[in-house]
Design a protein around this ligand. Structure first.
Ligand SMILES: Cc1cc2nc3c(=O)[nH]c(=O)nc-3n(C[C@H](O)[C@H](O)[C@H](O)COP(=O)(O)OP(=O)(O)OC[C@H]3O[C@@H](n4cnc5c(N)ncnc54)[C@H](O)[C@@H]3O)c2cc1C
Length: 467
């Protein structure tokens, strides 16, 4: 989308950034006009690569002066069109702000810039015997992960992104900086701004520094694969494991169709049936007890086989296979795009929800499968569709809607971890009711000109609220 004043905006940007930090190159714009989803690409007018918070602040002031949208950009791995500049504008790519600034070993904290990726951070933390827990399938940036409140395979034990954030340095729409928290383990002081900014999808401010919780690498780790005759048996086993209070660190569902993709993509020979990938963290004696108890429980749910991945290489292979599952589907279906559902329900509703999704997926007759962080009540149906075939797209969208409505009717949410972006805006009213107006008022107060990633997350008439 062509913007007014483009030349003047570029001149203003050049006062604060080097020419290499500003791009209007078509290829660069294309790389910033899409995410990893099926949503349609739209190009930004300008892409900038700031190196520090002062530059971010100047970019925000320019955005405010010329009334031009700004779209924060991490890695672009989000799945609901979060980074697509639907009204054009300046995309702020944080890839040059990628330093691990300080590790506070004794406090189990780390301060990073937002462009650091999760694997980059874990490589650094390993030197201290520490690790960062949240592990989405993509090697996402911590800024993007905080902005989407991401989670991953270990969230059942350690919590989601919101649980890891102690403090954010945020540049607001007018270019001022704030800190949303501190380094203390708890605080009853003021409103909980960490909670507000985490998950705000670039619509309230830009994160320029983040202080995050980290954990000691567990003394012992045991991983296992347990296969079942049906998905329902597998999910019911998970519910029983959780209800028994076993401190499981990871429990992931991978259905039969997805196990086929896993084996093809990773050249593994895992049993191709509904499977749970499990992991336990702790000391040797505690682990032995947890694992024995888990085995008893899964056997009570018709488990066919439990295979332990004892050495580090086999364990890493197992989790690599889980993390690359979406790519396995994409690779296996050239020319098709992936739609991923993302509901999360109370654990008591999970088995019913997965069975409902499974029946609907079978009826859809499109390639796909069901996977998920079932320990959190969160699961995904992955569907591969041909974007040039309107019938397939309509069928997939209708399927997605059915899954969401089923979850909302049972006290769940339309998105457990991927976020709202463009794709889930239409469910916000039903999910939040009057609370959505409160969210819109907060947005209007912090971003009165609606310039921060406009059109994402909150689908309300902004002008009405600012009048
Ligand atoms: C194969 C695959 C597997 C995935 N698995 C998971 C999973 O298991 N769990 C999960 O939660 N997600 C998963 N995702 C989705 C995605 O990886 C996450 O949403 C991730 O958090 C996005 O990070 P990013 O760095 O790519 O951010 P981007 O996609 O670049 O941006 C995401 C949002 O964050 C905002 N943002 C980025 N940087 C900043 C900043 N510095 N300040 C303010 N806002 C900012 C953007 O404006 C945008 O709204 C997966 C995606 C893929 C492709």
């Amino acid at each position: 989308m062509a913007i007014d004043n483009q030349e003047k905006i570029l001149e203003s940007l050049k006062e604060h950034l080097t020419p290499e930090q500003i791009s209007v190159n078509e290829t660069v714009k294309e790389l910033h006009g899409k995410d990893e989803s099926y949503h349609k690409m739209e190009l930004p007018d300008i892409v900038v690569f700031p190196e520090n918070k002062e530059q971010v602040s100047e970019i925000m002031k320019i955005s405010s002066r010329y009334r031009i949208p700004v779209i924060p950009f991490g890695l672009g791995s989000s799945l609901e069109g979060h980074v697509i500049p639907q009204s054009g504008g300046i995309t702020i790519d944080f890839s040059l702000m990628n330093k691990v600034l300080e590790v506070f070993e004794e406090d189990f904290l780390v301060t990073v810039q937002p462009g650091v990726t999760r694997t980059q951070l874990n490589k650094e933390l390993k030197k201290y015997g520490l690790f960062f827990t949240v592990d989405p399938g993509a090697d996402a940036t911590l800024g993007g992960m905080a902005a989407t409140n991401a989670s991953g395979t270990t969230s059942v034990k350690y919590g989601v992104m919101r649980d890891q954030v102690r403090d954010l340095e945020v540049v607001l729409a007018d270019g001022t900086f704030i800190h949303t928290g501190n380094k203390a383990a708890k605080s009853s002081s003021g409103l909980h701004l960490n909670g507000l900014f985490v998950g705000s999808e670039g619509t309230l401010g830009c994160f320029t520094e983040m202080t995050l919780r980290v954990y000691g690498i567990p003394e012992h780790i045991t991983a296992a694969r347990a296969s079942f005759p049906t998905v329902k048996d597998a999910v019911e086993a998970v519910v029983s494991i959780l209800q028994a209070g076993i401190p499981i660190a990871r429990v992931e569902l991978v259905d039969e169709q997805s196990m086929v993709q896993v084996n093809k993509y990773n050249e593994t020979a895992y049993t191709e049936g509904p499977t749970l990938f499990l992991e336990f963290h702790g000391n040797e004696a505690g682990l032995r007890q947890d694992v024995e108890f888990m085995q008893e429980i899964v056997q009570g749910h018709a488990c066919i086989e439990v295979a332990f991945e004892t050495d580090t290489a086999a364990r890493n292979r197992l989790w690599e296979a889980r993390h690359t599952l979406a790519y396995a589907y994409i690779h296996g279906h050239p020319g098709k795009k992936m739609m991923v559902t993302d509901v999360c329900l109370p654990i008591s509703e999970l088995a019913g929800a997965v069975s409902h999704a499974r029946e609907n997926l079978m009826a859809l007759e499109l390639p796909g499968g069901i996977v998920g962080h079932v320990g959190d009540g969160n699961f995904h149906a992955l569907i591969m569709m041909d974007m040039d075939n309107p019938e397939e797209v309509a069928k997939a969208q209708e399927f997605n809607e059915r899954i969401v409505l089923y979850a909302l009717e049972r006290g769940g949410t339309c998105t457990g971890e991927h976020g709202v972006g463009i794709g889930k805006k239409k469910y916000q009213q039903q999910e939040h009711g009057a609370a959505l107006d409160v969210m819109a008022k907060i947005k209007a107060a912090l971003d009165p000109n609606n310039l921060l990633n406009p059109g994402k997350n909150i689908n309300v008439d902004h002008k009405e609220l600012t009048q």
